[in-house]
Design a protein around this ligand. Structure first.
Ligand SMILES: Cc1cc2nc3c(=O)[nH]c(=O)nc-3n(C[C@H](O)[C@H](O)[C@H](O)COP(=O)(O)OP(=O)(O)OC[C@H]3O[C@@H](n4cnc5c(N)ncnc54)[C@H](O)[C@@H]3O)c2cc1C
Length: 423
């Protein structure tokens, strides 16, 4: 084994898992894949909102991550999980717990697929166990089922989707979305899903999508307050006032808005605050950070403004953590991973990799429960169009769990989740 060179992938979610699958059939036996994840499971964030609302869905969004669920029997490749990478070095990484007798593991290539950090239910807590995450989701389901007045802070796709899920479950609960812009989402007369990502703000969206969603929300009796912000206090609050906590408030509290208006809630959902998972890179070399993301070149290799960066040459970054242009979605994480496989294989085989050009084709589909919603699609050269049938016909029922989540597990041990009816 000492002769074998390691290709390390940090992060076993959409980006990291797709990369492992794409390398697997083509990698020479001189190399083995080591996929490392802090958790013992993968979490399907695109259905996380529903899993926080609908009982049974906690088992549909969590699947065990192991060598057996990833790789064929007898393969040299391995999954190291749960285990956290705590430091990046020039040609090695440092783990929290030993692997093959050492915390330090050497590599030929190392790919960062560490995604983003957000509180549950948007993402799994870093290093949590599958059992812990299912418990967190069940607690949210119980609390939401009892809510009479729900306030959603943030009218982006996640906040809007949450409001739709709650409405489908609770027809008579009052639901209010407070959004700091003049329209739902982030509309622009010139939507550009291919714009450069430097921070965690979503690229602009199609104005007709905002119009369609606003009409859907009205039909669902969901109130929307625009051009206003909730004052988020920290710490103590007077009797009856909201103290800034999210989730169940244990009774009705009053939230103050910057306009001077107030709104009442016994459940608050905060859908703002996505953060890049670039902490390891920041710690190793701040010159490799662009905004809050990892800077990559046209081969998805980490690049840095420091000439002697330890990350240059053999580190790559893909998916939500890197600054490839456009929306940060599973769809684009998969595209990064598939390209990175060709780039790494070319280097391993001593040939010249082609440059990466991510397709500007992208769909933004926002379901409101299982049978409503609105979506748009951007097609190269043609522009952006509404795609109403894609949301209900293609996404709303299963949220891509069968195909895009469970479908990528190719290991000897088959994985499955309960079907929608049984959930
Ligand atoms: C509510 C919500 C809805 C969404 N809906 C959609 C949708 O409909 N369609 C779509 O395409 N996309 C959607 N997305 C976006 C999509 O979920 C992300 O783009 C995708 O998960 C990115 O994948 P990733 O592999 O880059 O990162 P992540 O999924 O964030 O995974 C990162 C992995 O790295 C691991 N990790 C991090 N740090 C370390 C470390 N130091 N050591 C070891 N392991 C580590 C984590 O445990 C995690 O498993 C949605 C996201 C959210 C939050």
């Amino acid at each position: 084994m000492s002769e074998t060179k390691n290709i390390i992938i940090i992060g076993a979610s959409a980006a990291g898992h797709t990369l492992a699958n794409s390398l697997l059939p083509h990698l020479p036996t001189t190399h083995r894949i080591l996929v490392i994840d802090a958790s013992d499971y993968a979490y399907w964030a695109p259905a996380g909102i529903r899993a926080a609302v609908k009982p049974g869905w906690e088992k549909r969004v969590t699947v065990p991550v192991s060598t057996e669920t990833f790789f064929p029997a007898g393969s040299a490749h391995q999954v190291i999980a749960p285990n956290k990478v705590v430091e990046l070095k020039k040609n090695s990484i440092v783990l929290e717990k030993p692997f093959e007798g050492s915390k330090e593991v050497q590599f030929a290539k190392c790919v960062l697929a560490t995604g983003a950090l957000q509180p549950a239910p948007m993402r799994a807590e870093l290093g949590s166990s599958m059992a812990d995450m299912q418990t967190v989701l069940r607690k949210m389901q119980t609390e939401i089922a009892q809510a009479k007045k729900v306030v959603v802070i943030g009218g982006g796709p996640v906040g809007v989707e949450f409001a739709g899920e709650v409405r489908e479950l609770l027809p008579s609960t009052s639901i209010t979305i407070v959004h700091n812009q003049s329209r739902i989402l982030n509309p622009s007369s010139n939507p550009n899903p291919a714009q450069k990502a430097e921070a965690w703000s979503a690229p602009s969206s199609y104005p007709k999508l905002s119009t369609a969603l606003e009409a859907e929300l009205k039909a669902l009796n969901i109130d929307v307050i625009l051009n206003d912000r909730v004052d988020i206090p920290s710490g103590e609050a007077s009797e009856g006032a909201w103290n800034g906590t999210s989730g169940s408030l244990g009774g009705v509290k009053t939230l103050k808005l910057q306009s001077g208006k107030t709104v009442e809630a016994d459940y608050v959902f905060v859908s703002v605050g996505n953060k890049s998972g670039a902490g390891l890179v920041e710690q190793a070399d701040k010159g490799a950070i662009d905004g809050s993301m990892v800077k990559v070149d046209e081969f998805l290799r980490v690049t840095s403004s420091s000439p002697d960066s330890i990350l240059s040459a053999d580190y790559y970054a893909i998916g939500d953590v890197c600054n490839t242009p456009g929306w940060k979605t599973s769809q684009t994480a998969v595209a990064d991973a598939q390209y990175a496989a060709t780039s790494i294989l070319a280097e391993v085989k001593g040939t010249k990799p082609k440059k990466y050009a991510r397709s500007p084709m992208h769909a933004l589909l926002v379901p409101l429960g299982t049978s409503r919603g609105a979506g748009s699609i951007t097609v190269p050269y043609l522009g952006t169009f509404m795609a109403p049938k894609m949301v209900v016909g293609f996404k709303a029922k299963d949220l891509f769990i069968g195909q895009a989540f469970v479908g990528i597990f190719k290991g000897a041990e088959k994985v499955s989740v309960p079907d929608v009816a049984a959930a």
